[in-house]
Design a protein around this ligand. Structure first.
Ligand code: HEC
Ligand code: HEC
Ligand code: HEC
Length: 288
């Protein structure tokens, strides 16, 4: 039953993906998708259109004077708080103008109120108006940060070409996944049908494609990965191969090994990487 759940889960993922790509119109926008939280003019502040993640850097240059002001207030250093405020306001106005579609999400009133409060020197008023500015920041972050990170700060799964060990063709990452899933599901299906030789072949295909997938980690990660493709998973794959090649096959044992691979490798890696990969397809202006 659990084994079945693992495979139907991936079947469902594939169906969803087909449904999503089928809903795209000529310009790559997906008519059935949620409204894109990322305005078009944000793209020019990130690679590949820009050399650096300029918008991200601008945000840090906005946060620094803001936090500095509030820290100075805590230290009752009002002179530096007021000087820092001028820098903050300047940067706020500059960042607000970067993305015209977001201009209204940077209201000037709360920032002016903070200036008035700082001039009054009243700590209660300063803290309250500082909080109000913080809410402006947070309100936008709630909906915009995650998709911006996924689309512009993650490497693109869509850009990866993997040499498929079976067909000897370069395929994209999602295609490799679908073919590996086919092999993986094939092992269980063939065993159920009593086709042991086919199950062994499906395993060979699965194992080769799993290794091809494991070779993609280094395209995005500089350090060796410990999860999803680690020695425990390698051991489970090896045992699965051995169990399938034995004189008699114990379906409970092979089922358990496949469940381990499905749960510890496929499913957990999907929890980490699929949200970004899908956000890139839905919000990334047709792949970018
Ligand atoms: C790198 C971690 C990672 C591992 C490990 C992994 N996957 Fe995936 N998988 C992904 C990502 C990322 C996507 C989305 C790819 C895309 O759409 O660009 C995906 C998508 C899929 C899909 C949907 C394909 C589609 O049409 O988009 C299936 C099916 C799938 N994986 C099966 C598996 C199976 C079976 C395993 C384990 C044997 C597995 N995956 C292991 C990362 C992983
Ligand atoms: C209209 C939307 C919007 C508003 C308003 C906004 N931000 Fe941001 N901010 C973003 C987006 C989008 C990101 C994600 C950028 C990225 O990761 O590339 C971000 C990221 C950040 C980060 C980086 C967090 C990290 O992951 O390191 C900081 C710091 C930050 N913002 C500070 C502020 C401050 C302070 C304010 C208010 C004074 C503010 N932002 C207002 C959209 C906004
Ligand atoms: C398309 C690029 C891409 C590919 C391919 C990719 N990852 Fe990632 N992965 C990321 C990004 C981006 C993050 C989040 C930030 C980070 O950790 O670099 C991440 C995060 C992770 C994390 C969680 C954070 C950490 O470092 O522990 C793990 C574990 C991980 N990846 C493992 C893998 C493994 C294993 C593979 C290969 C099977 C793989 N990744 C393939 C882009 C990728």
């Amino acid at each position: 039953m659990k084994k079945l759940m693992v495979t139907t889960l991936f079947g469902l993922a594939a169906v969803l993906v087909v449904a999503v790509s089928g809903g795209r119109d000529a310009v790559g926008q997906n008519s059935a998708a949620p409204a894109n939280p990322l305005p078009v003019s944000l793209a020019k502040f990130y690679p590949p259109e820009n050399r650096a993640p300029v918008y991200y850097l601008a945000m840090h240059e906005l946060a620094m004077p803001f936090s500095g002001v509030m820290a100075d207030v805590m230290e009752q250093d009002m002179a530096n708080a007021r000087a820092g405020y001028e820098k903050f306001k300047e940067q706020y106005v500059r960042v607000a103008a970067m993305v015209p579609e977001w201009q209204a999400l940077f209201p000037l009133q709360p920032v002016d109120d903070l200036g008035t409060a700082l001039a009054s020197g009243d700590p209660g008023k300063i803290m309250a108006s500082g909080d109000a500015v913080g809410r402006v920041c947070h309100q936008c972050h709630l909906t915009a940060t995650a998709p911006a990170q996924q689309v512009y700060r993650w490497d693109k799964f869509g850009d990866i070409a993997v040499p498929d060990p079976l067909s000897k063709r370069d395929v994209d990452f999602a295609m490799l996944m679908r073919m590996m899933e086919g092999n993986f599901a094939g092992i269980a299906g063939d065993l159920q049908q009593g086709q042991v030789e086919n199950a062994r072949m499906a395993f060979q295909g699965f194992d080769a494609r799993f290794q091809a997938m494991a070779g993609t980690c280094e395209l995005c990660h500089e350090t060796e990965r410990r999860y999803f493709v680690d020695p425990d998973i390698a051991a489970a794959r090896k045992q699965l191969g051995e169990a399938l090649n034995g004189a008699s096959i114990d379906p409970a044992a092979t089922g358990k090994l496949m469940e381990t691979i499905g749960r510890e490798s496929c499913a957990k890696c999907h929890l980490v990487h699929v949200p970004a990969a899908y956000a890139q397809q839905v919000f990334g202006r047709g792949g970018h």
